[in-house]
Design a protein around this ligand. Structure first.
Ligand SMILES: NC(=O)C1=CN([C@@H]2O[C@H](COP(=O)(O)OP(=O)(O)OC[C@H]3O[C@@H](n4cnc5c(N)ncnc54)[C@H](OP(=O)(O)O)[C@@H]3O)[C@@H](O)[C@H]2O)C=CC1
Ligand SMILES: CC(=O)N[C@@H](CCC(=O)OP(=O)(O)O)C(=O)O
Length: 308
């Protein structure tokens, strides 16, 4: 049966990429609001009630408003914003961690944040397996393409073309901390150092660990084995067995919906850097929304994704 899909926020960065990934798919019928209607409360209410599944690509407040506008309907949601990621009644849309069946049966699915996708892909399986401690003071260094900040940051990087690097979140309290803590099962939220480089898309998330300082220390090889076991058979997550000399992001990188993981141990096995590379707009946003949409509709999870 054709599913009616309404993308609320379809003119934004994430919304446009979702539309591109849905183009030509006859399992779906898109409800589209014109430019004059796309922010009208009544037009959005009608679209939200008419849809089988609404995909929210909005700022947090507008995403919460959409959910209230849909009250009284059976509409299912995929929310790309951070409004509902640790909210009661919502399922965290990270199929590899939460389970495909849970997402398939959910009415309210919240997409993970882009940075948490990298952090959780690395840390959550290892904490769950008892190979990393839940009460460790984790730190996360991450770099993102500027599309991670949506239209406003894309515009800023277009205007201020001399930026080479932008560190931010210096005062702490980033909105991604609650989901990192909750879904990795940690006692403390990590210390998070995000940054932006002048590339449109792409992201590297780096979790450095002094294994030798842990009460129960496991080798880099043991961490790697567990990640390879955990993601065995996944078409989206690749766990590499090498320690690369360097990892690059490219200014004009094409859209990509997978995620790569590395376990980079030093020769003595005393230190390790767990590193993820992904596309903030792919597995970090629009690709994840399509993966969840496929699962919620009983379709193969990678249909329409960019994995080439
Ligand atoms: N960019 C990324 O890499 C990621 C983004 N996200 C999240 O996805 C959501 C969307 O982000 P992104 O696409 O980057 O943001 P953008 O700013 O690029 O797009 C947001 C869109 O929402 C529209 N909008 C704002 N308020 C309303 C409203 N009340 N009713 C209808 N439309 C409205 C905006 O309109 P207008 O065009 O007029 O400004 C814009 O088109 C955010 O919550 C973001 O945090 C999540 C993961 C990664
Ligand atoms: C570069 C940049 O500004 N990135 C955004 C996060 C993008 C993202 O993941 O959006 P959500 O917050 O909805 O998850 C930030 O740090 O706020």
């Amino acid at each position: 049966m054709t599913q009616r899909i309404f993308i609320d926020g379809a003119a934004g960065t994430t919304g446009l990429e979702i539309r591109e990934r849905l183009a030509g798919r006859d399992e779906f019928e898109l409800i589209v609001l014109g430019d004059e209607e796309r922010k009208s409360e009544s037009a959005r209410r009608d679209a939200l009630h008419a849809a089988d599944i609404a995909i929210l690509c909005l700022p947090d407040d507008a995403a919460k408003e959409s959910v209230s506008l849909a009250e009284g309907s059976d509409t299912r949601f995929i929310d790309a914003s951070s409004a509902h990621r640790v909210a009661d009644g919502w399922t965290y849309g990270f199929p590899e961690l939460i389970g495909h069946d849970t997402i398939a049966n959910a009415q309210f699915v919240s997409n993970p944040g882009c940075y948490p996708t990298g952090f959780l892909a690395l840390v959550a399986p290892l904490v769950k397996a008892g190979l990393l401690p839940a009460d460790w003071p984790y730190t996360v260094n991450a770099v993102s393409g500027y599309s991670g900040g949506g239209k406003a940051l894309i515009e800023r990087f277009a205007q201020e073309t001399d930026f080479a690097f932008r560190a931010y979140g210096l005062g702490g309290g980033h909105k991604h901390l609650p989901e990192m803590k909750a879904y990795a099962g940690l006692t403390h939220a990590p210390v998070f150092s995000p940054s932006v480089v002048p590339a449109h898309r792409g992201m590297i998330v780096d979790v450095p660990l002094t294994l030798a300082a842990m009460e129960q220390s496991h080798s880099p090889a043991a961490l790697l084995n567990e990640l390879q076991r955990f993601y065995d058979g996944s078409d989206l997550v690749s766990v590499h067995g090498d320690v690369p000399g360097e990892l690059l992001l490219h200014e004009g990188a094409p859209a990509w919906d997978g995620i790569e993981l590395w376990v980079c141990g030093d020769a003595a096995g005393a230190q390790v850097r767990l590193v993820a590379r992904l596309d903030n707009l792919g597995k970090g946003a629009s690709g994840a929304a399509i993966q969840n949409l496929n699962i919620m509709c009983g379709l193969p999870e990678t249909t329409g994704l960019r994995l080439g």
